[in-house]
Design a protein around this ligand. Structure first.
Ligand code: COA
Length: 260
């Protein structure tokens, strides 16, 4: 399943996806985006995988943005198509995955890089990470959902300030804003991601998928999140995992979930 610009390793039900284009600070070109779509669509259906961790190769960058050299001569229609395809195939696709995706932000997460991290369900970062949406400095705006997700995550005022000033923030500031949930030394980033993954692995994959869809619904104006929650809650009662989880609790043992 390895692609030219991605490394994939699956170990103990966790898939580790590393964007591997370090000489360009892991910038997202067409091939990287296509590889990401391919890998995530395969992981979606891989029942041996219950959590995905997404990170960048090297110690400098998670992803330094969309590949500027690729779109510098685009027309308005090409720009729209780039944004639409990216959102459909990668950014919304990851956000709507049926299993949790943790972004382990190991350095610069700028533009499309921060947008990619924001599509993940959980974000943790190394202390050296720098985050921002610098697109207006290039004469463009965030096009992979950044204007929407940043405001949802950190609030409109802070999102406006970051997008309009192109200011980069540190991991500590990102923590204070709620953009990430942990800031750790770089050498502890992957072990921290592993420990978050481990906690998730204790829980029902079936219920986790339902929870992801219900939380996402709060940010989708075409859905009533409370109705989605009611349905998802009810659906859980028909699952094997629910039977196993409740019986295991009553029998005072650890549940053995299958995800069904
Ligand atoms: N698109 C294409 N190439 C990129 C890139 C991007 N978004 N970000 C970095 N690169 C390339 C550089 O062009 C350089 O390539 P080269 O060695 O062939 O010249 C290489 O990655 C290393 O980057 P460099 O700029 O030399 O590193 P630096 O440490 O001086 O600066 C950054 C790091 C992240 C501050 C700087 O690369 C940067 O500002 N990148 C663009 C960020 C951005 O605007 N992203 C939003 C895009 S919409």
């Amino acid at each position: 399943m390895n692609k030219a610009n991605l490394q994939l390793r699956i170990h103990d039900q966790v898939a580790w996806v590393q964007i591997d284009r370090p000489t360009k600070l892991n910038a997202l070109n067409k091939e990287v985006l296509e590889d990401l779509h391919q890998v995530f669509s395969e992981l979606r259906n891989d029942v041996s995988v219950r959590v995905i961790v997404l990170t960048g190769s090297g110690e400098k960058a998670f992803v330094a943005g969309a590949d500027i050299s690729e779109f510098s001569k685009f027309s308005p229609n090409q720009g729209k198509a780039l944004s639409q395809t990216g959102q459909d195939q990668v950014f919304a696709y990851i956000e709507q995955m049926n299993k949790p995706v943790i972004a382990a932000i190991n350095g610069f997460a700028l533009g499309g890089g921060l947008e990619l991290a924001m599509s993940c369900h959980i974000r943790i970062a190394s202390n050296n990470a720098r985050m921002g949406l610098p697109e207006t400095s290039l004469g463009v705006i965030p096009g992979y959902g950044g204007t929407q997700r940043l405001a949802h995550i950190i609030g409109k005022g802070r999102a406006m300030e970051l997008i309009l000033t192109c200011q980069m923030i540190t991991a500590d500031q990102a923590l204070e804003f709620g953009l990430i949930t942990q800031a750790v030394p770089q050498e502890e980033l992957l072990s921290t991601a592993a420990s978050v993954a481990q906690k998730i692995l204790n829980n029902s994959p079936f219920a986790i998928n339902q929870a992801i869809q219900a939380v996402n619904a709060a940010y989708d104006e075409n859905q009533n999140g409370y109705d989605i929650e009611i349905n998802a809650f009810g659906t859980c009662f028909g699952s094997e995992d629910f039977k196993e989880g409740t019986v295991a609790f009553l029998e005072k043992r650890k549940a053995n979930f299958t995800g069904n």
